[in-house]
Design a protein around this ligand. Structure first.
Ligand SMILES: NC(=O)C1=CN([C@@H]2O[C@H](COP(=O)(O)OP(=O)(O)OC[C@H]3O[C@@H](n4cnc5c(N)ncnc54)[C@H](OP(=O)(O)O)[C@@H]3O)[C@@H](O)[C@H]2O)C=CC1
Ligand SMILES: O=C(O)C1=N[C@H](C(=O)O)C[C@H](O)C1
Length: 269
């Protein structure tokens, strides 16, 4: 048995699940230790390699997290909020770092993950790419430098299958803008405008979500005032940027003290 850290992929049939398998298999620093799907999924009990359209790889897709995590050091989880919240205590009990990319969490979901992280390591980020995490730091800096005469708008675009809005990334960017400006995002956020909205509320941070086609993920943070505007932009053209971030987080998490971490900590930003 290799002594490289073993990573299990939850939601392995999904867009990110498939990409995580590719990135882990291509890495010389980690091994794919298992694959999970929800109970009732047609891949359960089948060989993962065959399900992905290639050669058999000896990994059987399972719906039993406790058994699958027993031989692993981390689980990469890009699924749905309920699935992620249910998996966290199982991962902690198995001594596995839980790498959470799932978005669309409620405050209660986030609190449940925080509680689970008292017993192990969770790394959670609405976007695991290096580029977006740099953009978050830049957004905070620009918001700090500009006064409230600069209207802040976060605009995001994603594929037609995405189920949550604003995106996890947009919320990270909005939070960074609010932190830079020294306001609470919950007070400043304006999500979606329709009808007679009245003029823009001074100091607000607006969110706009576009959904269409196969857009992987695009985010703009606009600072607009009379006579000029600054736009910070990130465009993801390949999901591997998220999967590579998750792999980096899984390796970084090994041996860390219990707690919940973000990608800024992983990347040293
Ligand atoms: N943080 C980041 O960097 C990124 C985050 N994301 C987020 O990751 C999540 C997934 O995105 P994406 O891959 O596009 O979505 P998909 O719908 O393609 O994949 C989600 C997968 O999770 C599975 N799933 C659902 N419930 C469970 C469960 N209980 N146990 C195991 N698996 C389960 C789904 O199965 P089924 O289809 O059968 O329900 C599906 O295979 C979203 O929240 C998205 O926003 C995406 C990209 C980057
Ligand atoms: O659902 C997606 O696809 C993505 N989700 C994340 C988000 O909500 O920001 C990250 C990325 O933009 C792709």
């Amino acid at each position: 048995m290799s002594n490289k850290p073993g990573i299990v992929v939850n939601g392995v049939s999904g867009r990110m699940g498939r990409m995580l398998v590719q990135v882990i298999n291509a890495s010389d620093k980690a091994r794919l230790a298992g694959a999970l799907e929800r109970p009732g999924h047609p891949w359960i009990g089948k060989d993962l390699g065959l399900m992905l359209g290639g050669a058999a790889n000896g990994i059987t897709v399972s719906d039993d997290p406790a058994a699958t995590l027993s031989d692993a050091q981390a689980v990469a989880d890009f699924t749905a909020p309920a699935a992620t919240v249910a998996l966290a205590p199982v991962a902690m009990a198995a001594g596995c770092a839980h790498i959470v990319g799932t978005t669309g969490m409620t405050a209660a979901d986030i609190a449940a993950l925080g509680e689970a992280a008292q017993n192990g390591v969770i790394v959670r980020a609405g976007n695991m790419s290096l580029g977006v995490n740099l953009l978050v730091a830049l957004t905070r800096k620009v918001a700090e430098a500009l006064d409230a005469d600069y209207d802040i708008e976060v605009i995001e675009a994603h594929h037609r299958h995405k189920v949550d809005a604003p995106s996890g990334t947009a919320l990270m960017l909005g939070q960074a803008a609010a932190d830079g400006r020294g306001v609470a995002l919950s007070d400043a956020a304006v999500r979606g405008r329709d009808g007679i909205t009245g003029p823009r509320e001074p100091g607000s941070i607006g969110f706009t979500a576009i959904r269409g086609g196969d857009i992987i993920g695009e985010h703009d943070v606009m600072f607009a005032t009379d006579g000029e505007r600054i736009t910070l932009r990130h465009v993801a053209s390949d999901r591997s940027v998220f999967a590579r971030g998750a792999l980096k987080a899984a390796l970084w998490a090994q041996g860390r003290p219990n707690g919940e971490y973000d990608m800024a900590a992983v990347l040293g930003l």
